[in-house]
Structures are given as C-alpha cells and as structure tokens.
Design a protein around this ligand. Structure first.
Ligand code: GAR
Length: 206
C-alpha cells in the first residue's frame, strides 16, 4: 500500500508537525496517522480541524486521541472569520504543515498567508484538469481515459498552487463515480507519504 522507498525525510530530524483539516470520511487522515505510526514518515499529527461532527475524520481523531477542533462554518459570518478561528486554534502547535484531506470549504488569504507554502490540498484529478467541485464526475462527463489525484500547495486561486505529486488513474468503460473514486482514493493513499516528504523537505530546507 505504501511506498517507503519514496520517502526522504531523515529520521534524525524532529518530526514534522502536521495539522489536518477534513470534512468527510477521513481515509486520507487515517492513512497519514498510519504512516506516522509505522514510521513511514517522520511526523506528528498535532490536531484535526473539522466542520462536521458526523464525519469519519472526527471519529478517527477521537479514536486516536488527536486534539480536535469542531468549527462549523455555519457559525461564522464570513470565510475570513472562520480562518481567524482556525489560526487561533492552531497557532500553539508550531506547525510545519497543514494537510487539507477532504476539506470542502474555500479558505482565504488570511489562512493562506499565515501558513504560506505550508498548506497542502489533495484533489481528485490530474490538475490543472477538473478544478473545483466533484472532479470525479467532471472527468466522467468529459469521457477522458485517464484521471488521477494531485497534492498541491494551496494558493488563493482554487486548485491552482504548485504541484507536489500526482498519480494517474485510468478510467475504464464500466467505471461509475463510486468505482472511480475508490481507485483515485487508493492512489491518494499510496502517494501520501511521498507528497508529505516533498513538502516537508521543502519547509525544512527553507
Ligand atoms: C479525497 O478523495 C480528496 O481528493 C477529496 O476529498 C476526498 C476526501 O476523502 N478532496 C476534494 O475533492 C477537494 N476538492 P477522505 O475524507 O476519505 O480523505
């Protein structure tokens, strides 16, 4: 499942300090936790930000004693207000990276500038194709033969920042949304340690 040969974070360095932002099932969050437990990447998951108490991610955090901040976007008047609250909660952790693992909200310059080049998003397409909402359905509708997943740095333009890592996933004639999503997510999980390593090394080497 994992690709340890691709990981390059030296074990002698302090663990990367990572927070996760997630709204959904949490399979990428779970993969990150597994990678840290198995020492596939030298990292510590410090906290989870979620906007959904029914999410799988919320349950995974509870089961793994990860400090969780439940910030429902409906309780904030603007995106900026929510971003200030996220910063208020995360600032104590001296984070190296924030991983958006299925965070289904647009963030603003407030958060992006605070953690410049340190926020990574996972997107279920081969960017720059199929930016935005439901990239899997977009790929099916476009009848392309190959799609995939992308890990990229978050910038103000949605799904447009520097690409850290990508994996291709072929689309079969019998694929539907569910089957394609499963294979894209498997590719995301496999690529995760490599993508985190690339981002972590960039941060540590300044
Ligand atoms: C992932 O497949 C990720 O690519 C997608 O959400 C899923 C979260 O799954 N992200 C986006 O669509 C962002 N635009 P998970 O909760 O099982 O990790």
């Amino acid at each position: 499942m994992f690709s340890p040969a691709l990981t390059t974070i030296s074990k002698s360095k302090d663990p990367l300090r990572i927070a996760v932002m997630a709204s959904g099932k949490g399979s990428n969050f779970a993969t990150l936790l597994k990678c840290t437990e198995k020492n596939i990447i030298n990292a510590k998951v410090c906290a989870l930000i979620t906007n959904n108490s029914d999410s799988g991610a919320f349950k995974i955090a509870k089961d793994n004693q990860i400090r969780t901040y439940l910030l429902n976007h409906k309780n904030y008047n603007t995106r900026e207000e929510l971003d200030y609250k996220i910063i208020e909660n995360l600032s104590k952790y001296s984070l190296d990276l924030i991983l958006m693992a299925g965070w289904m909200r647009i963030v603003t310059n407030i958060l992006i500038d605070k953690y410049k080049n340190r926020i990574i998003n996972i997107h279920p397409s081969l960017l720059p194709s199929f930016k935005g909402f439901d990239a899997i359905q977009q790929a099916l509708d476009a009848k392309v033969k190959i799609t995939g997943c992308t890990y990229h740095i978050v910038v103000p333009d949605v799904d447009s920042g520097k690409i850290l890592a990508q994996a291709a996933v072929p689309i079969n004639s019998i694929d539907n949304h569910h089957s394609l999503k499963e294979r894209i997510q498997a590719a995301e999980h496999k690529l995760l340690p490599y993508a985190i390593s690339i981002a972590g090394n960039a941060i540590r080497e300044g």
